[in-house]
Unconditional design. Sequence first.
Length: 377
Amino acid sequence: MQHRSFGEGPPVSLFTLGTMRALQAPDQMLTVLRAALTAGVNHLETAPAYGPAESFLGDALAQLQSEGVQPEGHGWVITTKLLPGLTLDEGQAALKASLERLGINRLDNLAIHGLNLDSHLDWALHGEGARLIDWALNSGTVGQVGFSSHGSNALIHQAIDSQRFRFCCLHLHLLDPTRMPLAQLALQQTMGVLAISPADKGGRLQAPSGQLVEDCRPFQPLELAYRYLLAAGISTLSVGAQTATDLELAHALGQSDGPLQTEESRAIERLDQQRRQRLGHDLCGQCRACLPCPNAVPIPDLLRLRNLALGHELIEFASERYNLIGRAGHWWETVDADACQSCGDCLPRCPHGLAIPELLADTHQRLAAAPRRRLWG
């Protein structure tokens, strides 16, 4: 598998093994790790928040080390995370515990896990987090520090511009490219960029709707999504594998780091055209000119789910995401479309003349359902 630079750390494979799904038993993690090695993956992403992931991964790494097998070159490149808000003492203890569970003495990459609020960024730049980052780097415990974020584009932009971080983990998707300019900004500053869950969070592309399959022909939706990100220069794409077969496509695309081929570009253009045709004048272009809403309704984010539900029949995915609203803390939106009071404040700002209150009401009617539990946390 091809490798790309990742900030100031060792180069990483085009695909990263995310460990938040191989948690049923230690043997499952070992099986998935062997498959990652076979596929050419050298980058592993984990976190204490992923239940037993670090412990399972540490055991699997120890087993492979006893067998004398590891990726060529630097060996395994490991990223784990710490939640923001810890004191210096708490952060030091948490990081040392992670190293112990992983069975390593030094961590290649430490990410601040969920830099989602202004207070989180202030903690990392000026508060206890800044002291923690300095200690981790100056003590040699950590090679470089980055962040993951589910926060606003403005917050992510500020974090990138701070020059405090050497990599970032962002939601970057074929069907939601709104954060691609942020990724390009980070790459221009020689930061590493990891695409978080381009399969599952990108539209459950590992189990796509029949309509989306037709829309992406002759490519698989996930194949097209992976190639879109790789062609854009994204450093590495995470694969949250549960079984060895979940890594087969990553293995097949391990050398596919070049620009989009003509047929791929045409398929992406057709995908966009199909969505526009089905939504017609109700398509939200995600320009965000409608914001701010007096009732804090995240209008573009909600209408994006409607775009996907009607544009490609991604009803299950859109409903799942919609019903996490208000139930995932700062990791996701907190206000749903039912909070719209039809005040009309947004209407004159929309350059496409969308009937936004009506579309929000339709979104809520289509997608609201019984809540589901998040995968972790």
